[in-house]
Design a protein around this ligand. Sequence first.
Ligand code: ZN
Length: 396
Amino acid sequence: MAVPKPSSGKGPHDRALNLPNALQIGKVRGIPIRLHWTFLLVLPFFAVLMGSSYFTPTPGRLDQLDGPALGWGAALAVTLFACVTLHELSHSLVALRYGIKVRSITLLPIGGVSQMEEMPKEPRREFLVSLAGPLTNFVLAAPILAWGYLGGVPDIAPRFGDFVRLVGSLNLVLGAFNLFLPAFPMDGGRILRAILASKMGLLKATHYAASAGRALAFAMAIFGLFSPTGGGFFLLIIALFIYMGATEEERAVQVNHTLGDLRVRDVMTSSPVILRPEDSLEDVFRIMVESKHVGFPVVDAMGRVVGFLGLKELAGIDQARFATTPVRLVMRPQVPTVAPAALATDALRAMGNDGADYLVVLDHGQLAGLLSKTDLTRVVSILAVRGGGKAEDAAL
Ligand code: ZN
């Protein structure tokens, strides 16, 4: 299906994509290309579906599916997913040109997903990044169809010509499905948002595009429910994916709008409670109860931030060792940091990308404050109410 997705870090499938159960199959321009394990699970199903749909004497007849038909079905499924990978890669390469980091491309049973750190803010750039994918399918389809229909396909195996023509025409379908269906956050929906955003601004444009996306997802789900073939199930999953993606991205845009150009220093906790590397875990629990905080920068005698300790690090440690274990043995030595002058929206996105609940605010290497996701959630709720909205609209 091919959705370029900025990893806003706010939805369940963002985290699902970060799971280690995706197998890396290659790397292009530093972008890891990965197969999700569910993909391997459904590949035999796709081979049967495509083999029986296109390579049996009577299309759709499962009982006519023999070895060669199954083989062609498998070859078609694998080739199409290779085309989906090229589609995603073209989104990613255009995004890279605009200086946007692409974390990975993951192949799922319903298509590919490019995980970008963000989508371009300028409508023209989002338009071009989104257009690149479907355009790749059209560019692939043209020579393959010409080869398949105008002759010249060598007779290397029976049905090879059919295979070539199917690869060509299914690329046309893939390109058209992505380009012309304005189902935000799919390509067509992003293109719609980019066009609207150049006229009415990002907030309104996203609202309209996301509403269109949800309506189309609804229609797709109904269609999928009543579809007699196995493909209906996938349509249902795609519909769910679009519905959740549209809602999640609309919320992210609302939150960014609410935060506006607030800086990290405006929302951080200045002079946060700190821990020393030599404090015991017993001390940590006492400090937690007294301060009601659950995450602390660890600062050494020279005033340098050397780590971070939160509830996550304390889970699973034997109670008997609390009094004798120093903080430095269990703290996280790698601390995600941010500058006080950074935009709060950028800090929020960084938290999403790193899966971090806290950012340590460093000013020229010195501890200036602590920013927690909870702090940001409260600020967004306050600003949303002040702006006339409802507090729950602002949930991160
Ligand atoms: Zn795409």
